[in-house]
Design a protein around this ligand. Structure first.
Ligand SMILES: [Zn+2]
Length: 203
């Protein structure tokens, strides 16, 4: 996904942090409910693994997004959001999963692969997917503000690109979206509490 929350240990950025965590309102899961019966059990199974990875991100206070790359029914790359931990704004779940898949395949193209991710990819990751020539994208929750697979932009199926990506959205959208919403809610409360504590200590 596409946003970075500054480290909570950095007190000077509290206002920015609070602003960033307001993102909770932009995560949308409702579209998925109507389609839920149509999802392929294989897609659900793989999205469950992406969800587990998102939970790993949550445990280290990173925005909980997880991604995997699948080729011939096997997972060949995994990643979860680690931008803060790695001091790397490009360390999104999709980016890390694709890098690992490239090593597994010993190839910079992912021609017959599918990427599963718990949140709609940002423009950077959507661009990466086009570069990778990945065949298919499956994502869970929509990101209404910055999602680049149809919500804010559509970079995975753009007429000016020479590669189009087959896309399925909404798989485990409620589950993955709730994880994100709960995370932003918790962070917001933590940041507010810290601001309050800082103020009190200055009196
Ligand atoms: Zn991204």
């Amino acid at each position: 996904m596409n946003m970075d929350v500054s480290k909570i240990t950095n007190a000077t950025n509290n206002a920015d942090e609070l602003n960033e965590v307001k993102k909770v309102d932009d995560i949308n899961t409702t579209d998925a409910f109507d389609e839920v019966d149509e999802f392929d059990p294989v897609d659900i199974k793989f999205m469950e693994r992406a969800y587990e990875l998102a939970q790993q991100a949550e445990q280290i206070d990173e925005i909980p997004v997880g991604a995997i790359v699948v080729a011939n029914g096997e997972i060949i790359g995994e990643g979860f959001n680690q931008s803060i931990t790695l001091n790397d704004p490009s360390a999104h779940a999709e980016m890390l999963a694709i890098k690992q898949a490239g090593q597994s395949l010993q190839n910079y193209r992912m021609l017959d692969c599918t990427l599963y991710v718990t949140l709609e990819p940002c423009p950077m990751c959507a661009g990466l997917l086009v570069h990778s020539r990945i065949k298919r994208l499956v994502f869970a929750a929509n990101d209404l503000k910055t999602g680049a697979a149809g919500s804010a932009f559509n970079l995975v199926n753009h007429e000016k690109h020479n590669h189009q990506i087959e896309t399925t959205k909404g798989v485990l959208a409620e589950q993955c979206g709730n994880l994100l919403s709960a995370f932003f809610k918790r962070r917001r409360a933590e940041i507010k509490a810290k601001k309050k504590a800082n103020k009190a200590s200055q009196l």
